[in-house]
Design a protein around this ligand. Structure first.
Ligand code: ZN
Length: 86
């Protein structure tokens, strides 16, 4: 079962990898769903709902985010550059 939505939203804000693969954030305003670790800006609490699987997100009409690719398996990021200056 999904943890409490408030817990998940806090994890989303913190980009907490602890829920990776266990919960996905669906953003009503954009129609997109994300991993909780998505680098994109976090949507407002009232616009975010959580589902336990990619299948559930898709069934609800959401599309996978193009930044965090929630519908794809996690790829190890070892060796990727960490240069992220704004
Ligand atoms: Zn995303």
């Amino acid at each position: 079962m999904l943890p409490d939505a408030d817990v998940l939203y806090a994890a989303l804000v913190a980009r907490d990898p602890g829920f990776e693969g266990r919960a996905y954030a669906c953003v009503r305003t954009t129609g997109i769903f994300c991993r909780l670790t998505c680098p994109a800006r976090v949507a407002k609490r009232e616009n975010v709902s959580f589902r336990a699987s990619v299948q559930e997100c898709r069934a609800a009409g959401f599309r996978p985010c193009k930044r965090c690719f929630p519908d794809q398996a996690l790829r190890p990021r070892a060796g990727s550059s960490s240069s992220g200056a704004s």
